[in-house]
Design a protein around this ligand. Structure first.
Ligand SMILES: Nc1nc2c(ncn2[C@@H]2O[C@H](COP(=O)(O)OP(=O)(O)OP(=O)(O)O)[C@@H](O)[C@H]2O)c(=O)[nH]1
Ligand SMILES: [Mg+2]
Length: 424
């Protein structure tokens, strides 16, 4: 069985006025924000969701707008008696600075906030060491963090799943994030676990980022249901080329990410011709299974082979705003876009709502499970392998119980993932 097809790597594409990549679906979602990156992005996501659902110009009837707002609220916020919305989120970092900034930014918005007892932080981070996050901070703080998550889950009438935001390159989001995802898998096995992971810049600032990345990916592969991937390089390019921003900050990048995620996660109608919003925001079927016979042999194709297309396993298009019912999405049903063992009717979905997203009369988002990540994944695995071959920096990991064998397991798994995608 091809493992990658059971747990999906998704990327989000960007078109019309700019949308995204990779994945979920009004039951409630509990968000877990981990590390600097996870907390900074988490704030922008909640802010984007709140601002969109309270946007005065939804370009639809008052009734429809109210249904949309109620659906968004049920998914992502609870409400205090005074009417203030509280994000269904748990904030985790091993150092206090970013969490304090995040809390105060939310409080300053005056519109929504984080819960008073929804944060866990310590005095010192993981120093960009995955092993420290996973093997030291993880077991040490497991009980406190899982208790905070349980309290958040208890506030939901009905839990759809978890949205876990983290980077791959640091130590806390990546290592502790992988540890917590595994715990969520053990304790909430039937709830969907979706990880938003931030792919580091190719010329990254963290020397061991490729080690941290392969350890994160291989662990999440075993415990997560879906990985939504955003590459910092790709979002940076959007800021520079499409938005013309001169001095690009993480804040700019995170706002683009939040826009894309919002356009995927905000409510859409439950079916063709329906005007009811779907209850389950994570309702994508992520279990793509190839047939047992008729697959091409694995492992004998090179990553650099000339591919005519970016072959897909699944595409989801989300349309919002004016004229959605007459939009032509026929081109997404072309069998040439998909691997030969899948019919487009099983591989392509479209979600719609007439309610406009933010200030855009029309917008579209694409969540795609395709070969687009093969190249970046192959790069990261290759760079990590070169470092591993000379045993560089390995002692920083073995010191905390991550052995050479763990690295070898990760390399093997990811090579198989690459081969599976290459063979689509
Ligand atoms: N898009 C985006 N990337 C970020 C942000 N902050 C950090 N990163 C990326 O995340 C990686 C570093 O991970 P951090 O999230 O800073 O690390 P951490 O989880 O806090 O872990 P430690 O600091 O080691 O305890 C690098 O690849 C950065 O480019 C952010 O706000 N947005
Ligand atoms: Mg940090």
């Amino acid at each position: 069985m091809i493992p990658i097809l059971q747990s999906c790597l998704m990327t989000v594409a960007h078109f019309f006025e700019g949308v995204c990549f990779g994945l979920f679906l009004s039951m409630s979602i509990v968000t877990v924000q981990l590390g600097q990156c996870g907390n900074q992005i988490g704030f922008e996501v909640f802010d984007a969701l709140f601002n969109d659902s309270h946007c005065p110009r939804g370009l639809c009837s008052k009734r429809e707008n109210e249904a949309y707002q109620a659906s968004c609220k049920e998914r992502f916020f609870s409400e205090e008696e005074n009417g203030v919305l509280v994000a269904r989120a748990v904030l985790v970092d091993m150092e206090p600075k970013v969490i304090n900034q995040t809390l105060s930014k939310a409080a300053h918005s005056g519109l929504w906030k984080y819960g008073q007892h929804s944060c866990f932080c310590q005095k010192q981070g993981s120093g960009n060491n995955w092993a420290y996050g996973y093997s030291v901070h993880g077991p040490r703080h497991e009980e406190s963090i899982m208790n905070l998550i349980r309290k958040e889950v208890e506030k939901c009438d009905s839990l759809s799943g978890f949205f876990i935001i983290m980077s791959m390159a640091g130590g806390t989001g990546s290592g502790l994030g992988a540890f917590i995802t595994q715990n969520l898998q053990d304790q909430y096995s039937s709830a969907l676990k979706m990880n938003q992971i931030i792919w580091p810049y190719g010329t990254g600032e963290v020397i061991v980022q490729n080690y941290n990345s392969i350890l994160t990916l291989s662990h999440l592969y075993r415990s997560s249901d879906a990985l939504l991937v955003h590459e910092n390089d790709a979002v940076h390019k959007i800021c520079a080329k499409l938005m013309n921003i001169k001095q690009i900050s993480f804040c700019d990048i995170n706002q683009v990410l939040a826009h894309q995620l919002g356009s995927v996660f905000q409510p859409t109608y439950s079916g063709e011709g329906s005007f009811h919003y779907r209850r389950n925001p994570l309702g994508i079927d992520w279990q793509v299974r190839p047939p047992l016979s008729g697959l091409p042999p694995l492992g004998n194709m090179s990553v650099n082979k000339e591919t005519r297309f970016n072959t897909s396993v699944a595409n989801l298009v989300i349309l919002r705003g004016k004229d959605v019912h007459s939009a032509d999405v026929g081109a997404f049903k072309d069998p040439a876009l998909y691997t030969s063992w899948l019919e487009p009717v099983h591989a392509f979905s479209v979600w719609k709502t007439q309610r406009a997203f933010r200030k855009y009369e029309k917008s579209a988002a694409l969540v795609s499970n395709s070969q687009s990540l093969v190249k970046p994944l192959d790069m990261i695995v290759g760079k990590a392998w070169n470092m591993f071959a000379s045993r560089a920096y390995l002692h920083q990991y073995t010191k905390f119980g991550i052995e050479e064998e763990d690295f070898l397991d990760s390399f093997m798994l990811l090579e198989q993932v690459i081969a599976s995608y290459c063979n689509l």
